[in-house]
Write a protein that binds this ligand. Structure first.
Ligand code: NAD
Ligand code: SER
Length: 327
């Protein structure tokens, strides 16, 4: 099956951390009118409703989801609507409903309507007890301890099932923690790696909810956007994997992150008050083997910790000077 041309894209969860920036980039690439943004909430000032078509859509409502796909003549779904790890642990059932029912709705609609593609991100949260923490391989035991991780393993298996059983072109990549300066993250365990930059600029001190030596894989938003679009546009015939590509970029402890900020803000101080998110972080890999993504669709990140820190602090300091740090 050769990859078909992408004509009209629906982005679900478009008002979130990744959706807000991915929608903007997809509109640049394909044209504003060919990318329909959607979220369960209204688009606010500066949101994706201002630059192109916008639909208020709850992805757990199959009929409403299908109606948007039909009326907007969608052929590709970029499915970002989700509940992340920390929020999911507080209330597991809604996480299951949004992450699993939402995805199966997208896949069923793709099957029913013969869509070109469904792309749904997975996460490093699929890993857990029993897998190697360093250079975690593509193929290894998947035994997550969070409801979020359980929904993400389920999502990968569902995506692969729809490829094999129904010939749906379903794709996904296991993002590490995503760091960005535009939209604040939405309730994940890796949120500290974003918050630390805001607090460094705002107060020159930060209280971190995981310990100093906690090491996790992370990625800067420009690489996340590039990788996602590269996977969307990769020829289907080249892909041996589908819903579960490991993608690595950088890996650092909180201490190393704080040190990189101190090279720009020497007086920056960090205190540590670990909470329930420490156990989640400890269950995830420290670094990722992404050789399958590199081989099958030429994945190659551009940023490391130092270049990301310089860029983040530059953007946030300029906004802070205008009194608009949080937008
Ligand atoms: P986010 O929490 O910032 O955004 C998710 C969006 O989904 C929100 O705008 C929310 O309003 C929306 N949403 C929630 N329930 C919905 C529903 N029922 N119907 C429609 N919309 C709904 O999340 P994000 O960080 O942008 O994540 C996007 C995808 O990437 C998710 O699949 C997530 O699991 C994955 N991911 C993110 C990270 C990260 O660090 N940000 C890491 C790994 C994987
Ligand atoms: N950044 C995400 C989270 O912490 C990982 O999927 O939930």
């Amino acid at each position: 099956m050769a990859g078909k041309r992408i004509e009209r894209v629906l982005v679900t969860g478009s008002e979130g951390q990744i959706g807000s920036e991915l929608t903007r980039e997809l509109r640049k690439r394909y044209g504003d009118d060919r990318v329909v943004a959607s979220d369960i909430k209204d688009s606010s000032a500066g949101g994706s409703g201002e630059t192109g078509p916008y639909e208020r859509l709850d992805v757990t409502d199959h009929a409403a989801f299908k109606s948007v796909v039909d009326t907007q003549r969608i052929d590709t779904i970029v499915h970002l609507a989700a509940i992340l790890s920390a929020t999911g642990e507080k209330n597991p059932l809604p996480a299951w409903k949004v992450n699993v029912t939402g995805l199966i709705n997208a896949l069923e609609i793709a099957r029913e309507c013969g869509l070109t593609q469904v792309l749904c991100p997975s996460s490093i949260a699929v890993f857990g007890a029993g897998c190697p923490r360093e250079n975690t391989p593509q193929e290894t035991v998947l035994r997550p301890t969070t409801i979020y991780g359980i929904t993400k393993v389920t999502g990968e298996l569902l995506s692969d099932y729809y490829v094999r059983r129904f010939g749906v072109d379903a794709r996904g990549l296991r993002y590490p923690g995503i760091i960005s300066a535009e939209t604040l993250p939405g309730g994940g365990t890796t949120d500290y790696a974003v918050d630390i930059y805001y607090k460094a600029v705002e107060k020159k001190r930060y209280t971190c909810f995981v310990k100093a030596d906690t090491r996790l894989p992370m990625m800067y938003m420009p690489d996340c956007i590039k990788g996602t679009i590269d996977l969307m546009e990769a020829g289907f015939d080249r892909l041996e994997h589908h819903g579960d590509f490991n993608v690595g970029s950088m890996s650092f402890t909180v201490q190393e992150l704080a040190d990189s900020i101190r090279r720009h803000i020497p007086e920056f101080e960090v205190a540590y008050e670990p909470d329930y998110r420490q156990a989640i972080a400890d269950s995830w890999p420290a670094s990722i083997d992404d050789s399958a993504a590199r081989r099958e669709w030429n994945w190659s990140p551009d940023y490391d910790l130092e270049t990301m820190t310089a860029d983040m602090l530059d953007i946030l300091s300029k906004r802070n000077a205008l009194g608009k740090l949080y937008g």
